[in-house]
Design a protein around this ligand. Sequence first.
Ligand SMILES: C[S@@+](CC[C@H](N)C(=O)[O-])C[C@H]1O[C@@H](n2cnc3c(N)ncnc32)[C@H](O)[C@@H]1O
Length: 183
Amino acid sequence: MFQLLDYAKSLLSEDIPRDGVLVDFTMGNGHDTLYLSGLVPEGKVYAFDVQEMALVNTRKLLDENGRSNVTLIKDSHEHILEYVKEEIDGGMFNLGYLPGSDKVIHTMRRSTELAVNGALERLKKGGHLVISVYPGHDEGRLEGELLLDMLSKLDRKKFCAMNFRILNAADSPFVIAIEKYKK
Ligand SMILES: C[S@@+](CC[C@H](N)C(=O)[O-])C[C@H]1O[C@@H](n2cnc3c(N)ncnc32)[C@H](O)[C@@H]1O
């Protein structure tokens, strides 16, 4: 069956140099962080989460897979500019709450907006951001509306912002992908 998240990852992985810099804005249990670290074996990944448990689980997963190219950051992704001083080749947001958690901690539209703006500021020409949105809960729906509105206003000469969604499923998760043009 078609998996939207796998599609999001495949969009991101185009043209990433082995020594590139990537950011996982929502580390969770570290599955996406592990994937990103494999794309840049000679480079670096920054991963953010506000939950200590996310850092513990992700560190364990990375250690089990012998990965040492990841910096784990326990802070909100809205502070990206404080931690990531260099340009990035790409970044990934998997919004919402951690599956299996009590759902109390989830991404919020104001901090997501700040984080996406920070990511766009750091994004290299030719780089991609992918954002998976889950409109099946109230904050997710509002977060999605805000992102679609904000990103549809990006300068067309500098960025291409795209939206991928499943049409025949109510409240289906959807993916936003942004490319910063090379020229
Ligand atoms: C859908 S989960 C991410 C799944 C994860 N990428 C994985 O592979 O397991 C969303 C995560 O975003 C985190 N989160 C919520 N608000 C955040 C914020 N302001 N900054 C960074 N992470 C945040 C949650 O703690 C949760 O772990």
